[in-house]
Design a protein around this ligand. Sequence first.
Ligand code: NAD
Length: 363
Amino acid sequence: MEYKIAVVEGDGIGPEIIASAIAVMDAVGAKHNHKFEYDFVPAGGNSIDKYGVPLTDEALERCLRSDSVLLGAVGGPKWDTLPGHLRPERALLGIRKELGLFANIRPAKLNPVLKSACPLKDEIASRGFDMVIVRELTGGMYYGERGRRQGKGGEEAFDTECYSEAEIERIARVAFDIAAKRSKRVISVDKANVLESSRLWREVVHRAAKDYPEIAVSDMLVDNAAMQLIKNPAQFDVVVTSNMFGDILSDEASQITGSIGLLPSASLGEGTRGMYEPIHGSAPDIAGKDLANPIATILSVAMMFRLSFNLDKEADEIEAAVDAVLNAGYRTRDILDNATEPLGCKAMTQKIIEYLTRPLQRT
Ligand code: NAD
């Protein structure tokens, strides 16, 4: 098969981690006879330097013509003092909006061999965990009616949480589809004991679930979910929730894995096209030093293969190669334990490719 990927290298460590991702995609392409065509699209600080804006119309158009977008990271101190509409991060908002990306998918996985990086108690970290948080990205309080007015106690401010049945149903279906390829369990997180919008959320999630008889759906209140993530993260598999609850819970989940250098993410819209990126930023402090951990970006490629290209086997192989390399004790500096010597970004990438292509070499 042939796939056209819009590649945003971005700034800071962006070009280094994207080079790793491309090396992995090329290795998968050679192994499975796929052709990946890369269209390098300027966005972020480098686009500001060259064109005066974080995202040109032409760059956006090229993203829209791709099968999916792979992004490194944008931003850095050089552009920090620019006004909001000219900041590098605007590029991401522009791509998300134009591509209609309403679902944010964030896996949070702790391989027990990395338990020393996890801030939780040893007995909890030893069990490891492997969850995916599906966050609604374009509705709820962040987009609802807001304002200020005069009230009895002086000036008042309000933000409105509003969800339509259609918005809830489409995000629930994304979660069910993901769960169908995993353990077939979904926990829907809401605050239905207080919020009317959550009561509708719950009704619609369960109504939509009738089309997925193989998926077991349960509900959890958001305050309990925040506690359970710390107490027993291994109980979670797929979690679906609103924009604001997802914002908070996905950050909590990423922190308990210990390193942001390991975590990928995806944003999806109605069709198969998505945007895939590591959850970390451009790490200007280590840029150009071959110190970045490439795993979050490499795992973002695995997500793109599975969620946008339906290449499940290839995605499984990438994830298995990453696990095998970690299980064999190889580490980058950010996940180093005392016993090991760190690998640089390039050497780590080569190790992963070595494990990925191993079965082919034996035949
Ligand atoms: P950051 O994620 O870039 O870095 C935080 C810390 O984690 C740093 O110490 C960094 O060295 C380390 N780190 C990050 N990724 C790593 C990796 N792959 N391997 C090893 N260590 C890694 O967050 P920040 O420092 O707050 O932000 C730096 C810049 O990135 C800012 O300009 C910010 O606006 C931007 N940013 C961009 C995105 C994005 O493009 N999606 C997301 C967050 C921040």
